[in-house]
Design a protein around this ligand. Sequence first.
Ligand SMILES: *[C@@H]1O[C@H](CO)[C@@H](O)[C@H](O)[C@H]1NC(C)=O
Ligand SMILES: *[C@@H]1O[C@H](CO)[C@@H](O)[C@H](O)[C@H]1NC(C)=O
Ligand SMILES: *[C@@H]1O[C@H](CO)[C@@H](O)[C@H](O)[C@H]1NC(C)=O
Length: 310
Amino acid sequence: MCRLAAAFAVLSAACLLCSAELNTRPVIGVLAQENLPRDRFARGSSYIAASYVKFLEGGGARVVPIRINRTEEEYTRIFSSINGLLLPGGDVDIEKSLFSRAAKIFYDLALKANDAGDFFPIWGTCQGFQQLTVFTANKNLLTLTNTKAVALPLTLTTAAHSSRLFRNFPKDVLQSLSEENITSNFHSWSLSMQNYSRTSKLRRFYKVLSTNNDGKKEFISTMEAVRYPFYAVQWHPEKSPYEWADKPGLVHTTSAITASFYTARFFVSEAMKSGHRFPSSSEEERALIYNFSPVFAGTDAIFTQTYYFD
Ligand SMILES: *[C@@H]1O[C@H](CO)[C@@H](O)[C@H](O)[C@H]1NC(C)=O
Ligand SMILES: *[C@@H]1O[C@H](CO)[C@@H](O)[C@H](O)[C@H]1NC(C)=O
Ligand SMILES: *[C@@H]1O[C@H](CO)[C@@H](O)[C@H](O)[C@H]1NC(C)=O
């Protein structure tokens, strides 16, 4: 009898899980940012590099571009319609830009939603990583590093192997990530281990999953939040399969492409745990990136294709 009751309890626990059914049609928002000053292909006022869109699409999601300079009310509406947010790399002021303003609104909404049991994941790449550290620390603690165009192997921490982000990666993929120079670094600023360790707000919020070193400073290259589905990489998993400028730091080997795919797949699988949806399918249709066409900037451009917005 007892055993039956226990079996029943296990079954109903399993059903609680299955009642939080996975969303197999996830839609992820990608935040636009102010156009680069010397981008001769630019039109309108903001852009999204197409590689971020393809990265998420390749992982099994659809993408909604989130424009800058919108009202808080509109962002709140978008938030309740999408299943996750990606903050891309770039080159704007992470304390004063319209990108930063919009990112902060979503960050606060995501904290509140997750606290209330409404699962909402955020992914930050490069500038997105840096932006998240500024929000969490309520301060810019970044430091200059010599990491402008270099592919590095991740130095995984012991926490990496049990992390949500990496624990389901195939062993050989994790091995390539940690042994081969396949993670693209294109940043001047980094969060040093020193400033992370000194800052309790960061230490309590994020677990460090990997570090790198520019020869002088050890900086964080991958982290995940302890209590929130927030993930941040200082490297660029979207570049290997989708950016083709013939530049140092860009790697197109099989292991680099495979690692990119597992990274995208992980974040999309997080988004599948979100039940947010658009109020109607016509609103969803109007919001999707398919309403826009990217511009091809030539094989030598830093972004092979870019979406521009008014
Ligand atoms: C958007 O940009 C316009 C023109 O630059 C400005 O007047 C307006 O206040 C901005 N709106 C927001 C929400 O920042
Ligand atoms: C730590 O952060 C401060 C900004 O508060 C910055 O000036 C300094 O260079 C950083 N130091 C290191 C080692 O990262
Ligand atoms: C490979 O990574 C190491 C750091 O582990 C670095 O010293 C080296 O410069 C990198 N090689 C290339 C070709 O980027």
